[in-house]
Ligand binder design. Structure first.
Ligand code: NDP
Length: 447
């Protein structure tokens, strides 16, 4: 390993070893910059690695709120403003009981390079709270969101920091957050993305991450003269990204056989069709139910409690779209043994480092989330552009732009990897292409 990379990695591990997801993501990014840093000394001369692994600013705050019984609840809120070299901070808000500073630092760090890959002017950030929307009434979620925004509003702005959704934060939460922001500042600022289309949102934003992931998978497959049509696809998760990854894969002729949530997975050997997907969308987005209810409606499917999809059936293509570290080395071994030839990450870092290395060394096409799930933030960037010019583009126009961006990200990652002799290494390519632009901007902007 390059000695500069090794030194910064060791130092980061020593200081932040307890933030294991953050260390995992720093190890992946820095580990793949070796060839670039071997050939360019300016990054070391400007201490870019030392600077890029430390957030520019972290805000941690108390979020008190009143539940339906009238009792006082309190959660911890965060915003990690990681890097603003190429634009205002941009990245989602996650509401999940597992949220802590280490997880948000990992997500914010990934976001820097993802946003750079989109070619849009967006810096990297992430935020959220250890709040669990599951089982809460709409009024309780509203009360929480309003309290969260009563602190966050002073740290964000259309040219400062523009949050969006993530796990546990969908259209409902963005609405409550934006309503509170607007009331406090008395201005219809473009300060959140993922808004509803009749109050400033973009067409195709809900679909963008999942669709973009499948567009990226198709580009990878093309490099081997393969087509997604007729292939069997496994998807994990059943939230925003999973639903639309499944929808696009189906539209392009694939057979999607799995979905999951944090309690278990379903396998439908007949494939999930448009009618079944509509049932899932109503189940998860409106009734906020559990994926196991799928088998009550469609008894030819099977539900597996506490299991992830990867070892439950055979597939050609895997799209992990739930959460971090949900595909480990043992899963990867089973996927390869069952003939899987492409893994395209819809979630952020769903594949462990060991599993990634195993897949790559077994010639599986593998794309890291920062490349293949960048369609969501790219379309958020398009939402900001539409807000700035006070116009809305049609679904077709946004979808075409999204498709073009995903093709460009694929080519940028592949070309950067090819420049250093490994065209199929999308991890290295995405990290180098994303890093170079941000690091060069940091140098231009001075210390
Ligand atoms: P949602 O909240 O809509 O859905 C998340 C899904 O993952 C749910 O099915 C959820 O199950 C499942 N899940 C959450 N935590 C776990 C866990 N610990 N173990 C197993 N399953 C879990 O979130 P999104 O679809 O928006 O996000 C999914 C992933 O995609 C995340 O990694 C996110 O960071 C990433 N992402 C999202 C983008 C977006 O635009 N939304 C953009 C780029 C990346 P349950 O219902 O039981 O909680």
């Amino acid at each position: 390993m390059n000695s500069y990379v090794q030194r910064v990695l060791d130092d980061t591990k020593q200081k932040y070893g307890h933030e294991k997801e953050f260390i995992q993501s720093v190890s992946e990014v820095l580990g793949s910059l070796n060839p670039l840093l071997d050939s360019e000394s300016k990054y070391e001369q400007n201490c870019i690695l030392e600077r890029i692994v430390i957030p520019e600013r972290v805000i941690i705050f108390q979020v008190p709120w009143i539940d339906a019984k009238g009792d006082i609840q309190v959660n911890v809120g965060y915003r990690v403003q990681f890097n603003s070299a190429i634009g205002p901070y941009k990245g989602g808000l996650r509401f999940h009981p597992s949220v802590n500073l280490g997880i948000l630092k990992f997500l914010g760090f990934e976001q820097i390079f993802k946003n750079s890959l989109t070619t849009l002017p967006m810096g990297g950030g992430k935020g959220g709270a250890n709040f669990d929307p599951k089982g809460k009434s709409d009024r309780e979620v509203m009360s929480f969101c309003q309290s969260f925004m009563r602190e966050l509003f002073r740290h964000i702005g259309p040219s400062t920091d523009v949050p969006a959704g993530d796990i546990g934060v969908g259209g409902r939460e963005i609405g409550y957050l934006f309503g509170q922001y607007k009331k406090i500042v008395n201005s219809y600022d473009s300060v959140l993305t993922g808004k509803g289309t009749n109050w400033g949102g973009s067409q195709v934003r809900p679909q963008a991450t999942g669709y973009g992931c499948v567009y990226f998978a198709c580009e990878m497959l093309k490099t081997r003269k393969l087509d997604i049509a007729g292939k069997t696809v496994m998807v994990s998760g059943s939230g925003n990204v999973a639903q639309y990854a499944a929808e696009k894969a189906m539209q392009l002729g694939a057979k999607v056989i799995s979905l999951s949530d944090s309690n278990g997975s379903i396998i439908d050997p007949h494939g999930i069709d448009a009618e079944k997907l509509a049932f899932i969308m109503e189940l998860k987005n409106v009734r906020r139910g559990r994926i196991k209810e799928y088998v009550e409606k469609y008894p030819t499917a099977t539900y597996y409690e506490n299991q992830r999809p990867w070892r439950l059936a055979k597939c050609h293509i895997a799209l992990p779209c739930a959460t971090q570290n949900e595909l480990d080395l043992d899963d990867a071994k089973v996927l390869v043994a069952n003939g899987c030839f492409a893994v395209c990450e819809g979630a952020n870092m769903p594949t462990t480092l060991e599993a990634t290395q195993f897949l790559q060394s077994n010639d599986v096409l593998f794309s890291p989330g920062k490349a293949s799930n960048a369609g969501g933030v790219a379309t958020s960037g398009l939402e900001m552009s539409q807000n700035a010019i006070r116009l809305g583009w049609s679904s077709q126009e946004v979808d075409e732009r999204l498709h073009g961006i995903m093709v460009n990200i694929h080519n940028a990652a592949r070309n950067a990897a090819a420049e250093f002799g490994k065209p199929d290494d999308y991890v290295m390519g995405a990290n180098i292409a994303g890093f170079r632009k941000v690091a060069d901007a940091m140098i231009d902007l001075g210390i």
